[in-house]
Write a protein that binds this ligand. Sequence first.
Ligand code: AMP
Length: 214
Amino acid sequence: MDRFVLLGPPASGKGTQAAKLSEHFSIPAVSTGAILREEIEKESSLGVTAEHHLARGELVPDLLMDELIASWVKAHGDQFIFDGYPRTKPQAESLDQFLDEQSLSLNCVITLAVPDQVLRDRVIGRLSCGQCNHVFQANSERGIQVDGRCPDCGSGRLYQRKDDNLETFELRLEEYARKTEAVPNYYSRTGRLQTINGEGTPEEVFARILKQLS
Ligand code: AMP
């Protein structure tokens, strides 16, 4: 198992499960959203182009994302857990073609199924670490609050993503229904999709994934 794709709507837990899979299998997890946020921070040309798409809850154009992933694979090698890519059918086709050219294929495509109302509840309290990108549910008793220290890496500060507000989240859900729902269907048609119930604690979801993979 060395090439995974994790699918699912925003806030379905892709990033959390990608981190767990990454630790379990010692394979790098790649979040295209996190890479884009870094590019925005750096004010690179990709960041400048991506910024207004993220702010509106829209997807960044396919070609830019395909190039970003191809250069990641060329720089870091062909073992990966993709979190947030592919997000459209053309991206999925482009990834297949790119891997095919190198006589590679995906070993595992997982989609996390979570009802919309659970996603909304999660996103309201979601905080992200500026250093390691891990996400947490706000809990002031445990010090998990804006500007608090990340309980995982111990050095990063927690912040609320600009697009983690209900207004932008509704747009992201619409964009998911309009463009991304086609991706699990694409993999399902070729018998490559495994659907996992994404409700419950991160540990419960991870146990379901491992059971499915065994
Ligand atoms: P995420 O961190 O995965 O929730 O992604 C945050 C935002 O980054 C998304 O709402 C999109 O605007 C953008 N994004 C991330 N990955 C992709 C992708 N594969 N294709 C297009 N846009 C993306």
